[in-house]
Design a protein around this ligand. Structure first.
Ligand code: SAM
Length: 219
Protein backbone atom coordinates (compact mmCIF):
# COMPACT_ATOMS: atom_id res chain seq x y z
CA UNK A 1 0.00 0.00 0.00
CA UNK A 2 3.03 2.21 -0.47
CA UNK A 3 2.01 5.38 -2.21
CA UNK A 4 4.34 7.83 -3.87
CA UNK A 5 3.78 11.45 -2.98
CA UNK A 6 6.99 12.88 -4.38
CA UNK A 7 6.60 16.60 -4.85
CA UNK A 8 3.03 16.41 -3.62
CA UNK A 9 1.28 17.88 -0.64
CA UNK A 10 -1.17 15.64 1.21
CA UNK A 11 -4.26 17.43 2.51
CA UNK A 12 -6.04 15.40 5.13
CA UNK A 13 -9.59 15.81 6.43
CA UNK A 14 -9.58 15.35 10.22
CA UNK A 15 -13.32 15.25 10.81
CA UNK A 16 -15.38 17.29 13.26
CA UNK A 17 -13.19 16.90 16.36
CA UNK A 18 -13.29 13.42 17.86
CA UNK A 19 -10.22 11.47 16.79
CA UNK A 20 -12.13 8.27 16.10
CA UNK A 21 -13.86 10.04 13.20
CA UNK A 22 -10.52 10.25 11.38
CA UNK A 23 -10.21 7.51 8.78
CA UNK A 24 -7.40 4.89 8.85
CA UNK A 25 -6.32 6.16 5.42
CA UNK A 26 -5.96 9.68 6.85
CA UNK A 27 -3.96 8.40 9.85
CA UNK A 28 -1.71 6.38 7.55
CA UNK A 29 -0.92 9.50 5.51
CA UNK A 30 -0.43 11.75 8.54
CA UNK A 31 2.32 9.40 9.79
CA UNK A 32 4.29 10.05 6.59
CA UNK A 33 4.65 13.77 7.32
CA UNK A 34 8.06 15.39 7.64
CA UNK A 35 6.29 18.73 7.98
CA UNK A 36 2.82 18.76 9.56
CA UNK A 37 0.75 21.92 9.11
CA UNK A 38 -2.49 22.63 10.96
CA UNK A 39 -4.32 24.59 13.61
CA UNK A 40 -3.11 24.23 17.21
CA UNK A 41 -6.16 22.07 18.00
CA UNK A 42 -5.52 19.66 15.12
CA UNK A 43 -1.76 19.42 15.72
CA UNK A 44 -2.47 18.45 19.35
CA UNK A 45 -4.28 15.34 18.10
CA UNK A 46 -0.98 13.91 16.82
CA UNK A 47 1.70 14.29 19.53
CA UNK A 48 3.36 11.05 18.41
CA UNK A 49 4.00 12.09 14.80
CA UNK A 50 7.69 12.73 14.35
CA UNK A 51 7.47 15.77 12.10
CA UNK A 52 8.19 19.47 12.22
CA UNK A 53 4.91 21.07 13.32
CA UNK A 54 3.82 24.34 11.72
CA UNK A 55 0.89 26.19 13.27
CA UNK A 56 -1.66 27.65 10.92
CA UNK A 57 -3.07 30.94 12.15
CA UNK A 58 -4.25 33.79 9.96
CA UNK A 59 -1.16 33.38 7.81
CA UNK A 60 -2.85 31.48 4.97
CA UNK A 61 -1.33 33.35 2.03
CA UNK A 62 2.28 33.14 3.23
CA UNK A 63 1.86 29.58 4.41
CA UNK A 64 0.41 28.35 1.12
CA UNK A 65 3.48 29.72 -0.64
CA UNK A 66 5.75 27.95 1.88
CA UNK A 67 3.83 24.67 1.59
CA UNK A 68 4.42 24.77 -2.17
CA UNK A 69 8.16 25.32 -1.62
CA UNK A 70 8.66 22.81 1.22
CA UNK A 71 6.84 20.05 -0.63
CA UNK A 72 9.51 20.10 -3.36
CA UNK A 73 11.92 18.37 -0.95
CA UNK A 74 9.90 17.12 2.03
CA UNK A 75 6.61 15.37 2.59
CA UNK A 76 4.20 18.07 3.73
CA UNK A 77 0.88 17.02 5.26
CA UNK A 78 -1.78 19.67 5.86
CA UNK A 79 -4.47 18.98 8.45
CA UNK A 80 -7.91 20.41 7.77
CA UNK A 81 -10.98 20.23 10.01
CA UNK A 82 -13.96 18.30 8.66
CA UNK A 83 -13.68 17.64 4.94
CA UNK A 84 -10.95 19.43 2.96
CA UNK A 85 -13.27 20.12 0.01
CA UNK A 86 -15.95 21.81 2.10
CA UNK A 87 -15.21 25.45 2.94
CA UNK A 88 -11.49 25.23 3.75
CA UNK A 89 -8.20 26.71 2.53
CA UNK A 90 -7.68 23.55 0.43
CA UNK A 91 -8.85 25.55 -2.59
CA UNK A 92 -6.00 28.06 -2.03
CA UNK A 93 -3.44 25.24 -1.93
CA UNK A 94 -4.87 23.55 -5.04
CA UNK A 95 -4.96 26.89 -6.87
CA UNK A 96 -1.33 27.58 -5.94
CA UNK A 97 0.13 24.11 -6.52
CA UNK A 98 -2.16 22.63 -9.17
CA UNK A 99 -4.40 19.60 -8.77
CA UNK A 100 -1.69 17.15 -9.84
CA UNK A 101 0.52 18.17 -6.89
CA UNK A 102 -2.23 17.67 -4.29
CA UNK A 103 -3.48 14.45 -2.76
CA UNK A 104 -6.71 15.04 -0.85
CA UNK A 105 -7.92 12.56 1.76
CA UNK A 106 -11.59 13.22 2.56
CA UNK A 107 -12.87 13.63 6.10
CA UNK A 108 -16.27 13.69 7.77
CA UNK A 109 -17.60 17.22 7.56
CA UNK A 110 -19.26 18.97 10.50
CA UNK A 111 -22.14 19.45 8.04
CA UNK A 112 -22.51 15.69 7.53
CA UNK A 113 -22.53 15.13 11.26
CA UNK A 114 -25.11 17.90 11.79
CA UNK A 115 -27.49 16.34 9.26
CA UNK A 116 -26.97 12.93 10.85
CA UNK A 117 -27.70 14.38 14.30
CA UNK A 118 -30.88 16.02 12.99
CA UNK A 119 -31.92 12.78 11.27
CA UNK A 120 -32.23 14.59 7.94
CA UNK A 121 -30.95 13.66 4.50
CA UNK A 122 -28.60 16.23 2.98
CA UNK A 123 -28.90 15.23 -0.69
CA UNK A 124 -31.64 17.85 -1.17
CA UNK A 125 -29.99 20.59 0.87
CA UNK A 126 -28.12 23.73 -0.04
CA UNK A 127 -25.11 25.09 1.89
CA UNK A 128 -23.55 28.38 2.84
CA UNK A 129 -20.70 29.46 5.10
CA UNK A 130 -20.93 32.55 7.28
CA UNK A 131 -17.65 31.61 8.96
CA UNK A 132 -15.63 34.83 8.69
CA UNK A 133 -18.09 36.13 6.11
CA UNK A 134 -20.41 38.96 7.11
CA UNK A 135 -21.36 39.81 3.54
CA UNK A 136 -23.31 36.67 2.70
CA UNK A 137 -26.70 37.49 4.25
CA UNK A 138 -28.37 38.38 0.96
CA UNK A 139 -27.32 34.98 -0.41
CA UNK A 140 -28.50 33.29 2.77
CA UNK A 141 -31.99 34.80 2.52
CA UNK A 142 -32.21 33.77 -1.14
CA UNK A 143 -31.21 30.19 -0.32
CA UNK A 144 -33.59 29.92 2.63
CA UNK A 145 -36.47 31.12 0.42
CA UNK A 146 -35.51 28.77 -2.41
CA UNK A 147 -34.51 25.56 -0.64
CA UNK A 148 -36.31 23.25 1.73
CA UNK A 149 -33.14 22.77 3.80
CA UNK A 150 -30.13 25.04 4.20
CA UNK A 151 -26.99 24.02 6.12
CA UNK A 152 -25.01 26.96 7.51
CA UNK A 153 -21.50 27.17 8.97
CA UNK A 154 -21.51 29.88 11.64
CA UNK A 155 -18.90 31.71 13.72
CA UNK A 156 -18.70 33.81 16.91
CA UNK A 157 -20.17 36.85 15.10
CA UNK A 158 -22.62 35.16 12.78
CA UNK A 159 -24.27 33.13 15.51
CA UNK A 160 -27.52 31.15 15.30
CA UNK A 161 -29.33 34.03 17.11
CA UNK A 162 -27.98 36.65 14.67
CA UNK A 163 -29.00 34.45 11.74
CA UNK A 164 -32.52 33.90 13.14
CA UNK A 165 -32.99 37.65 13.74
CA UNK A 166 -31.87 38.47 10.22
CA UNK A 167 -34.22 35.94 8.60
CA UNK A 168 -37.20 37.19 10.62
CA UNK A 169 -36.34 40.79 9.68
CA UNK A 170 -36.52 39.71 6.04
CA UNK A 171 -40.04 38.36 6.58
CA UNK A 172 -39.11 34.68 6.84
CA UNK A 173 -41.11 33.11 9.68
CA UNK A 174 -42.05 29.48 9.70
CA UNK A 175 -38.83 27.56 9.75
CA UNK A 176 -37.49 24.82 11.95
CA UNK A 177 -33.95 25.36 13.15
CA UNK A 178 -31.43 22.78 14.30
CA UNK A 179 -28.50 24.23 16.22
CA UNK A 180 -25.70 21.65 16.34
CA UNK A 181 -22.86 22.71 18.61
CA UNK A 182 -19.46 21.17 19.31
CA UNK A 183 -20.32 18.08 17.32
CA UNK A 184 -18.57 14.86 18.35
CA UNK A 185 -17.00 16.59 21.37
CA UNK A 186 -17.93 15.97 25.05
CA UNK A 187 -19.82 19.30 25.17
CA UNK A 188 -21.90 18.47 22.05
CA UNK A 189 -25.46 19.78 21.99
CA UNK A 190 -28.22 19.47 19.41
CA UNK A 191 -31.10 21.88 19.81
CA UNK A 192 -34.27 21.76 17.74
CA UNK A 193 -36.18 25.02 17.79
CA UNK A 194 -37.85 27.67 15.59
CA UNK A 195 -36.60 31.01 14.33
CA UNK A 196 -38.44 33.12 16.92
CA UNK A 197 -37.13 31.11 19.88
CA UNK A 198 -33.59 31.12 18.47
CA UNK A 199 -33.38 34.94 18.40
CA UNK A 200 -32.44 35.14 22.08
CA UNK A 201 -30.38 32.02 22.28
CA UNK A 202 -26.88 32.35 23.67
CA UNK A 203 -24.44 30.13 21.82
CA UNK A 204 -20.71 29.72 22.11
CA UNK A 205 -18.35 27.28 20.42
CA UNK A 206 -18.47 25.85 16.91
CA UNK A 207 -21.94 25.46 15.47
CA UNK A 208 -23.68 24.29 12.35
CA UNK A 209 -27.25 25.45 11.77
CA UNK A 210 -29.84 23.72 9.63
CA UNK A 211 -32.88 25.72 8.57
CA UNK A 212 -35.79 23.58 7.43
CA UNK A 213 -39.02 24.64 5.78
CA UNK A 214 -41.63 22.49 7.47
CA UNK A 215 -44.41 23.72 5.16
CA UNK A 216 -42.69 22.16 2.19
CA UNK A 217 -44.64 19.28 0.66
CA UNK A 218 -42.72 16.04 0.12
CA UNK A 219 -42.58 15.51 -3.63
C1 SAM B 1 -13.64 26.91 8.39
S1 SAM B 1 -15.10 26.00 8.58
C2 SAM B 1 -14.49 24.41 8.25
C3 SAM B 1 -15.51 23.42 7.78
C4 SAM B 1 -14.92 22.04 7.61
N1 SAM B 1 -14.12 21.94 6.41
C5 SAM B 1 -15.97 20.94 7.60
O1 SAM B 1 -16.09 20.21 6.62
O2 SAM B 1 -16.64 20.80 8.65
C6 SAM B 1 -15.31 26.01 10.31
C7 SAM B 1 -16.78 25.90 10.71
O3 SAM B 1 -17.20 24.52 10.66
C8 SAM B 1 -18.15 24.28 11.67
N2 SAM B 1 -17.62 23.26 12.59
C9 SAM B 1 -16.40 22.70 12.56
N3 SAM B 1 -16.28 21.76 13.52
C10 SAM B 1 -17.47 21.73 14.17
C11 SAM B 1 -18.00 20.97 15.26
N4 SAM B 1 -17.27 20.02 15.87
N5 SAM B 1 -19.27 21.21 15.66
C12 SAM B 1 -20.02 22.13 15.05
N6 SAM B 1 -19.59 22.88 14.01
C13 SAM B 1 -18.33 22.68 13.58
C14 SAM B 1 -18.40 25.61 12.39
O4 SAM B 1 -19.49 26.25 11.75
C15 SAM B 1 -17.09 26.33 12.13
O5 SAM B 1 -17.21 27.72 12.27
Amino acid sequence: MAESHKDKVIIVGCGPGLKSYISPKALYNIKKARILVGSRRLLKLFPGVDAEKVVLEKNYGVLVQKIAEWSRSKQVVVLVSGDPCFFSYTRMIVRKMGRERCTIIPGISSMQLAFAAAGESWDDACFISLHGRNDKYEQLVKKVREYNKVGILTDHKNTPAVIARHLIKQGIQKRQMFICKNLSLPEESIHETDLASATNMNTSGSAVVIIKNTNHEIR
